[in-house]
Design a protein around this ligand. Structure first.
Ligand code: ADP
Length: 496
């Protein structure tokens, strides 16, 4: 075993599992472990995680990934962290113990608080300062809920005895003892001014949040301290941190303004690098910090499709027309087109650019000859149409055409979907060699700080494409398909 070789350990703390991946200098995975953890649903619409379980599973997979890579902890040059964003934790400054379960980004418990803030007329101000919409999704109103509902917490916070953090902060604290976060995670709290780069006093006042609980905000590639020796048997520097979607944008090497990635998972998450410009959206997109390499912020526009891979799960689990997700590709290819069927998967409303929470799904254009293959094909096409609408909105906001889309996520394994995406968006879709772009992004941020990688050129050289899908559809055909899709969306939204 060549013990002189050095590696980067990425901790990828997700919503349903904790993962750890060891990368070598070429950005290749040499060890990986994953552990799921419990989802806690105290009430309909509420979601919590046990902070100790988050830490325990994350630490365990870190040790196991190092073992899986057959290396020693002393060979880890640095640790990078990426995480589920917005999820909100509070812990005791003296004991280091969490004082409540983590309130997960999906949790809707602060919907009423958001309504109250809207009624007070704060929405525009919040949007201007944070780039976010006033929604329970983000940390700020989750914190308000905790202070309002859990006896004693506010007094404790005001005495300076509590620490707040998103999941990255929690892991950094448990690893190094420091109370810190990075700019990408801070930009998802509803409390951070993304233009000034500081916790916003006015927002803290509006939401009545004591400033004493807030972590220091560092660049995404920075010195977060050393992981304690008793954890790994060696002190390891923690030098990279970014929220999961931003880390994926970085891992895809989307370094140029206009570069764009779309993650095809349960939903889709698209981010577009907008360089030094924090572009305010006219289409309900979010403005967020993409990363901070210590020389000022790079910004991004962000949007999501709520139901993407989930429509395939629905066909499999509810309608039972698929044995597994992969079968959707074979079925879609078994017919020349969707036979006129358009499926609008607005199962939980529609996200940007429509922003219609009350819309519901629809299947249109059904005939006596409609088969399950047509339905499945229409479902996959809908994933691409929705992404196309989102990406078009980004282009319109930014005023520049996206050159190509870099794709990842479970459903990006579907070649039919990727080709159809290239066809309806009329841009190439590129798949990277490693699907682990989120963890890789965190690894790059960490390794750039310590000199493991010398600069962005080095990272770009590492980037390798697995496959590229070129647009092949004639303009008239694409226009005809898009007109039918637009009509179907309009019809679905009318039916309330
Ligand atoms: P998440 O991180 O959101 O849990 P993943 O990136 O693991 O999601 O992707 C899982 C999703 O991708 C599921 O919704 C599944 O239905 C979908 N999926 C997986 N493989 C395929 C495939 N070959 N074709 C279409 N959808 C797929």
């Amino acid at each position: 075993m060549p013990t002189q070789e050095r590696y980067i350990l990425a901790l990828d703390q997700g919503t349903t599992s904790s993962r750890a991946i060891v990368f070598n200098q070429s950005g290749i995975v040499i060890g990986m472990k994953q552990l799921p953890f419990n989802q806690i649903y105290p009430q309909p619409g509420w979601v919590e995680h046990d902070p100790e379980e988050i830490w325990r599973t994350q630490y365990e997979v870190a040790l196991d990934a190092i073992e899986d890579a057959q290396i020693l902890p002393t060979q880890i040059a640095a640790i990078g962290i990426t995480n589920q964003r917005e999820t909100t934790l509070l812990w005791d400054r003296t004991t280091g113990k969490a004082v409540h379960n983590a309130v997960v980004w999906q949790c809707r418990r602060s919907a009423g608080i958001c309504q109250e803030l809207k009624a007070l007329g704060y929405e525009d101000e919040i949007r201007t300062r944070t780039g976010l919409v006033l929604d329970p999704y983000f940390s700020g109103t989750k914190l308000m809920w905790l202070f309002d509902q859990v006896p004693g917490l506010r007094a404790k916070a005001e005495r300076g005895d509590l620490m707040f953090g998103t999941v990255d902060s929690w892991l950094i604290y448990r690893l190094t003892g420091r109370h810190a976060t990075d700019a990408t995670n801070a930009s998802r709290t509803l409390l951070f001014n993304i233009h000034e780069g500081s916790w916003d006093q006015e927002l803290l006042r509006m939401m009545n949040i004591p400033a004493a609980i807030l972590p220091s905000v560092l660049p995404s590639s920075a010195d977060y301290g050393y992981a304690r020796k008793d954890l790994f048997g060696a002190e390891i520097p923690v030098t990279g941190c970014a929220g999961d979607q931003q880390a994926a944008l970085f891992g895809h090497a989307c370094f140029q303004p206009g570069a764009c990635k779309n993650t095809y998972g349960t939903g889709c998450f698209a981010l577009m690098n907008t360089g030094k410009d924090a572009v305010a959206s006219k289409h309900n997109l979010l403005t967020t910090i993409a990363w901070d390499l210590g020389k000022g912020y790079t910004y991004a526009l962000e949007g999501s499709v709520f139901i993407a891979g989930a429509v395939i799960q629905w066909l499999r689990d509810e309608l039972k027309v698929l044995a597994d997700a992969a079968e959707s590709e074979r079925l879609a290819r078994s017919v020349p087109d969707s036979g006129g069927v358009v499926l609008v998967p607005a199962f939980v409303g529609m996200g940007a650019p429509y922003w219609d929470p009350d819309a519901r799904g629809a299947v249109l254009g059904v005939t006596r000859g409609t088969s399950k293959a047509h339905l499945v094909r229409a479902a996959l096409e809908a994933v691409a149409y929705q992404s196309r609408d989102l990406l078009k909105a980004m282009e319109n906001d930014y005023g520049t055409a996206v050159p190509f889309i870099k794709a990842d996520g479970g459903a990006s394994a579907n070649n039919f979907l990727m080709q159809f995406q290239a066809d309806v968006f009329d841009r190439p879709v590129i798949l990277p060699e490693t699907g682990e772009v989120t963890a890789l992004g965190a690894a790059y941020l960490a390794g750039l700080r310590t000199g493991y990688w010398s600069g962005l050129d080095d990272v770009e050289r590492n980037w390798r494409r697995k496959r590229e899908f070129q647009p092949e559809l004639a303009d008239e055909t694409r226009q005809r398909l898009l007109e039918r899709w637009d009509k179907a969306v309009a019809v679905a939204r009318m039916f309330k």
